[in-house]
Write a protein that binds this ligand. Structure first.
Ligand code: LLP
Length: 442
């Protein structure tokens, strides 16, 4: 799946998603526009619930809100009974403001401030995932002052390498996240926790990376984590019952991608838990997962209008769109690859005459040569006023968007069964100066 599951082409050659003609959506809400197909989003959440609904092992599916969050998204996630992972006070605010039950919130983050810890405690979040000694101390102190007991997990750096872009690998020993499993840090953190009457240690957490295709690393991760739990039991006499193995499942961005399914992942993880519980004589009561991208990635597309088309003879053809790195930073940041469709003329590219096809670089409107969304794609000859849809932009595009070059942030619209509903309004120009102060005067 690259385009959302409901994608179709109508008689006029327009791309239709969730029963809505995307060209009409562009006219109604403007472009660039993030479009979210609710059927795809629902299916992904249902699949997580279905495949991880093991008969003999309790699981908690915690949506990683950093992938994409807003009020409506947080509400939908809660309707499906999923928990929510927040990693800053800001994400916590969005979740609480949307009505996410606080006990379903996992509070992540490798540098929680005093104020963030306090707001997590004030709002009674379910679990703090503690990253480092500084946080552990601060949390224990605040809980003692308030005479409360807070559930926590300790984040472990397991030394398991995920094959993905180095910027989004997090499980290796030199990672900035968590307590290293080798040496004494992780054990020491657990010792401190068990000595504090104000912290209740529920289990351990690890997240090894994102956009992972080779899921055998989860077998290794479960092995390392359960082995460590057995060591904690043996050396400290502490029985840890909960294991959180983070997110990371990859999704399809370009036609060649072959990501494993949620069912495949569920199988690998189940087998690993069973195998290593026996091997290390240490069972677990509850398994947590924190999927982000694999829930929302393929549900989202971005619709752009083509402006300038520049054909530099025998060198390169450029099609410039009305957004770019401000609404999708991933190509310039990670070299991420995307695929696009000509949404107002979806004719099968194979049925086009060869002379009507061109290779294009789809470039943004920002003042950087690197503002390239797709380096090289074959499309029917483009003209100004055409509409391009870029697939798989549901995750880490809106959430990493910026106002670079004074570009207002795109609207987000959700579609289902022929109806569209605005989830986030497009920023207006005055949003760009709303917090500015004048050089002189009051
Ligand atoms: N849990 C933790 C603790 C995480 O740090 C992350 C992602 C997730 C869960 C969710 O991982 P997912 O299922 O989405 O792979 N900006 C990058 C991705 C950074 C991921 C950061 N952590 C990108 O655009 O590819």
């Amino acid at each position: 799946m690259l385009l959302p599951v409901t994608s179709k082409v109508d008689a006029g050659g327009h791309l239709v998603i969730g029963g809505c003609d995307v060209i009409s959506l562009g006219k109604k809400y403007g472009t660039p526009l993030y479009i979210i197909d609710l059927a795809t989003l629902r299916r992904q959440m249902e699949d997580y619930r279905k495949y991880f609904g093991y008969p003999d092992l309790e699981t908690g599916i915690i949506y990683a809100s950093k992938a994409f969050t807003c009020t409506a998204m947080a509400q939908l996630v809660s309707e499906y009974g999923l928990g929510m992972d927040v990693s800053t006070g800001g994400e916590l605010y969005i979740a609480l403001n949307a009505g996410v039950p606080p006990e379903k919130i996992l509070f992540h983050g490798n540098n929680k401030s005093y104020a963030e810890i306090v707001s997590g405690l004030d709002s009674k979040v379910g679990v703090f995932v503690v990253d480092n000694f500084h946080e552990l101390q601060m949390l224990a102190d605040i809980c003692r002052e308030r005479n409360i007991r807070q559930d926590i997990m300790i984040r472990i750096t397991p030394g398991v390498k995920a094959s993905t872009h180095e910027y989004i690998q997090t499980g290796n020993q030199e990672s900035k996240f968590g307590f290293a499993i080798n040496g004494q840090d992780a054990l020491e953190a657990i010792k401190i926790t068990s000595g504090s009457g104000n912290l209740k240690l529920k289990g351990i957490h690890a997240h090894i990376g994102s956009q992972i295709f080779n899921i055998s690393c989860y077998d290794r991760l479960v092995e390392v984590m359960i082995k460590f739990m057995a060591r904690v039991k043996e050396e400290l006499g502490i029985s840890l019952a909960h294991l959180d193995i983070g997110g990371g499942l990859g999704v399809k961005y370009v036609p060649e991608d072959r990501p494993p399914s949620i069912g495949d992942l569920a199988g690998v993880i189940y087998d690993a838990v069973k195998k290593y519980s026996v091997k290390f004589s240490h069972g677990i009561d509850k398994l947590y997962l924190e999927p982000g991208r694999s829930i929302v990635g393929n549900a989202g597309v971005t619709l752009y209008e083509v402006g300038a088309v520049k054909e530099i003879k025998d060198i390169r053809n450029y099609a410039a769109i009305d957004g770019g790195m401000s609404d999708n930073i991933r190509p310039i940041l990670y070299g991420a690859k995307y695929h696009a469709y000509l949404a107002n003329r979806m004719e099968d590219i194979k049925s086009c005459n060869e002379e009507d096809i061109r290779n294009y670089s789809i470039v943004g409107k920002h003042c950087e040569s690197g503002d390239v969304i797709i380096d090289d794609i074959r499309l029917p000859q483009l003209k100004s006023g055409d509409f391009i849809v870029v697939g798989t932009t549901g995750a880490y595009c809106y959430s990493m968007a910026s106002n670079y070059n004074g570009q207002p942030m795109n609207a987000v619209v959700a579609v289902e069964e022929g109806k569209s509903r605005l989830w986030i309004e497009r920023q207006a120009y005055n949003d760009l100066t709303i917090r500015d102060k004048r050089l002189y005067g009051d």
